[in-house]
Design a protein around this ligand. Structure first.
Ligand SMILES: Nc1ncnc2c1ncn2[C@@H]1O[C@H](COP(=O)(O)OP(=O)(O)OP(=O)(O)O)[C@@H](O)[C@H]1O
Ligand SMILES: [Mg+2]
Length: 282
């Protein structure tokens, strides 16, 4: 059960079902030869929520997230941002649509410093011709902006944005990846297994960070195998199974063991107790 009840802050005022999804997937299909990674997958993300995505290995969670982040192009189906159909042929297109993603394989460059990692691909240039013609980087502004982003997210353990990422702990590295997504995502932040490689304390810090990202107004999609983490932070839980969504659960009305049973196919969602399904699921 969702005993810590983190849902109150930052949630939409009205019932979730009455708001328009910020991000929506309808009937996404992705096949690799004979393997069906997505077999008609749907998803809705509403303003102000943390939507967890759970599912067994191979259920299509990463494939779904890759489609929403422009890393793969689905064979069929539609993606809508704030109700408008979009094409996301590349990760850049997804970023331009306001969708930032922290992928399962952590995408930070270990030998570069934190500030450079934060601005990778979006470097700030010096003002005037130095920047526009000579393409000179504005390192001091990147450092100060990096420090501001880290402190805004309450990342206090990183003292020096000039530190190389390889000298950081696993949790701190993850925090940098999350900070980057939160700094540049203006509609949605997606995180694929952000706590999978972390210890208890580091996981705690990343979970707190995810809550802060949501409370700052950015809805979050969180893919995780860790049921206690999911039940602690999620407002709704999308269950992916064999390439499709089979249910969206309300973690305050559903037990972890029921969620796992639906995820593995041991329990038909129709057999769930009243209140276990989230309102937006139809
Ligand atoms: N590039 C690819 N080529 C071939 N098959 C793929 C490819 N990517 C994914 N698949 C297959 O698609 C299915 C879904 O994979 P996906 O990575 O989306 O699962 P997942 O739910 O993220 O699993 P995990 O929990 O292990 O991360 C799997 O059967 C996988 O083998
Ligand atoms: Mg995966």
């Amino acid at each position: 059960m969702n005993q810590t009840s983190t849902g109150a802050v930052g949630r939409p005022a009205g019932p979730i079902g009455s708001a328009e999804p910020v991000l929506q997937a309808v009937g996404l299909v992705k096949r690799y030869g004979n393997v069906t990674a997505l077999g008609g997958a749907d998803l809705e993300l509403y303003p102000g929520e943390i939507l967890a995505v759970i599912g067994d290995n191979g259920a299509g969670k990463s494939s779904l997230i890759k489609a929403l982040s422009g890393a793969i192009v689905p064979d069929a189906g539609e993606i809508l941002v704030e109700g408008r159909p979009v094409r996301l042929p590349t990760p850049i297109a997804a970023r331009e649509a306001g969708i930032e993603t922290v992928h399962q394989s952590l995408a930070v460059s270990p030998s570069l410093d934190i500030a450079t990692n934060l601005f990778l691909g979006r470097e700030l240039r010096r003002p005037g011709v130095l920047g526009s013609v000579f393409r000179m980087l504005d390192r001091s502004r990147m450092r100060s902006e990096a420090a501001r982003h880290l402190s805004e997210l309450g990342i206090k353990t990183i003292q020096n944005p000039n530190q190389a990422v390889e000298t950081l702990s696993g949790g701190q590295r993850q925090a940098v990846a999350v900070a980057r997504a939160a700094a540049f995502g203006n509609r949605v932040v997606i995180m694929d297994e952000p706590t999978a490689a972390l210890g208890v304390r580091e996981s705690r810090a990343v979970l707190d960070l995810i809550l802060r990202v949501r409370d700052s107004g950015l809805p979050v999609i969180l893919i995780s195998h860790n049921m206690p983490h999911v039940f602690e932070v999620a407002d709704r839980v999308h269950v992916q199974r064999l390439g499709r969504r089979v249910a969206t659960l309300d973690p305050s009305g559903c037990s972890m063991s029921d969620a796992v049973a639906v995820m593995t196919g041991a329990l038909d969602p129709a057999e769930l107790p009243a209140g276990a399904l989230a309102p937006a699921y139809s």
